[in-house]
Write a protein that binds this ligand. Structure first.
Ligand code: LLP
Length: 421
């Protein structure tokens, strides 16, 4: 992210971030337009020779303006719910660039996908395969599918985001895949188009990503021997970003390994990156409400909390935190915590920070992916505004929720009704 101190003030591009805090208040999410473009462009350039279909994972960030930006740059959408299909269509993603993933698609969601003629459904289990065939029959359509297989690869990441282990709930066992494909090939309303496996997220090894690809190529070859022609190999997403000390491979390195394999296999590649497109393009800006010292620790209490960024609480993830105004080198160890009524509510633990005071502003870095999209209204806190920055301008792409938004879908039953229950 082009986020740098300039005369002691933190800038995003040419914009002093403090300006936004004055106009909009905190906490807020901020995204760097140029970083998003550059991240996507690095995929497009690196893979140019084979021109893959890049479907960005909406689960990482599904803000409409960001999705629209990705659409204008030529991206399709990897979606996992009716809501994400709705978002993709809303920002003008062509149906032929939408891929529907997920292990618990409902009949209603499948009907929505099928009636909109999306490109492909990645089928997670046999029941779903037959359900799709049935719906397709009712719609008098033929539906393009891949089958998500489970390749038994340990992606060496947090266990909650490892998805291709034998014990994972996703996809069908790769060793049983041939039989399932044969079964699928008998179904009248199914068109087999591809094979798919996504082994996990925040992966830092080209070797593991390549192992996945190779297993899918082998499966494609086995299928060809059985007269099942595969046109697309979808390797999912998964490339990590540098949150702390991780060594992250360049996209070019992955492309260099993938391209010859894909060319030899004679198929089209589908990529579903999420984190690596938007993760390092976003920050949270938050204000120090209090500082507080106990006999054990010093706490920096900020106005963002685990409902705004749940990753530290769920995965123990590390996000760098830096002040908006340079504070010098008088360092002390602190926990940076939010205002949710749980001890799991922290942004950073045991962190060496310059001495901070009430009213200071902090930036929580690398929160563009799985940040806002995983946020909630827990403790009836309003979800944050989202701001897009380009050069010295900023644009509000989501407004801060108000109290009415919090209760918009609720009903207050009448006294008499409540008393008579
Ligand atoms: N495709 C499929 C089928 C996926 O399940 C995922 C992510 C992606 C693509 C995108 O993966 P990425 O390129 O972003 O690694 N909430 C967690 C991450 C969960 C990822 C779930 N699947 C976190 O905050 O780390």
């Amino acid at each position: 992210m082009s986020i740098e101190y300039n005369k002691g003030k933190l800038f995003c591009g040419r914009l002093n971030i403090e300006t936004i805090t004055r106009d909009i208040g905190t906490p807020l999410y901020l995204y760097d337009y140029q970083q998003i473009v550059d991240n996507l462009q690095s995929y497009i350039n690196a893979f140019k020779e084979i021109d893959p279909l890049i479907c960005c994972a909406y689960k990482a960030n599904s803000n409409l303006s960001i999705c629209k930006l990705l659409t204008l740059l030529g991206c399709g959408a990897d979606v996992v719910s009716g809501g994400e299909i709705f978002r993709a269509l809303k920002v003008g993603v062509l149906p032929e660039q939408i891929i529907f993933n997920g292990n618990a698609k409902t009949k209603e969601e499948l009907e929505y996908a099928i009636s909109n003629d999306i490109f492909m459904i990645n089928v997670d289990c046999k029941d779903e395969l037959y359900l799709i065939n049935q719906i397709a029959h009712n719609f008098n359509k033929k539906i393009r599918i891949s089958i998500r297989v489970n390749p038994h690869i340990n992606p060496i990441t947090h266990p909650y985001i490892a998805t291709g282990l034998a014990k994972s709930k996703f996809g069908m066992d790769i060793n049983a895949a041939l039989d399932i494909y044969k079964e699928a090939s008998m179904l009248e309303n199914i068109i087999i188009l591809g094979v798919h496996a996504h082994i996990g997220s925040q992966i830092t090894s080209v070797g593991l990503l390549t192992e996945n690809l190779k297993k899918l190529v082998n499966l494609t070859n086995d299928l060809a021997e059985n007269d099942i022609k595969i046109k697309y190999i979808n390797v999912g997403g998964g490339l990590g970003i540098k949150y702390h000390k991780e060594e992250i491979p360049q996209v070019e390195e992955i492309a260099k390994t993938f391209i010859p394999i894909i060319k030899k296999a004679g198929v089209k590649l589908i990529l579903e990156p999420g984190r690596s497109i938007i993760g390092n393009a976003g920050i949270i800006v938050t204000k120090v409400l209090h500082t507080k010292e106990t006999s054990k620790k010093k706490f920096i209490v900020v106005d963002a909390a685990m409902n705004d960024l749940v990753r530290p609480a769920i995965y123990g993830s590390y996000h760098r935190v830096i002040p908006l105004s340079y504070k010098g080198e008088d360092i002390e160890e602190v926990d940076i915590v939010g205002g949710i009524c749980e001890s799991g509510d922290f942004i950073a633990k045991k962190r060496n920070m310059p001495r901070l005071f009430k009213g200071d502003y902090l930036a929580v870095l690398d929160t563009g992916a799985y940040g806002f999209s995983m946020s909630s209204n827990y403790n009836s806190r309003r979800r944050l505004p989202e701001i897009l920055v380009k050069d010295e301008e900023y644009y509000i792409i989501r407004h801060r929720e108000n109290y009415e938004d919090l209760i918009a879908k609720e009903e207050i039953l009448d006294d008499e009704v409540l008393q008579s229950l």
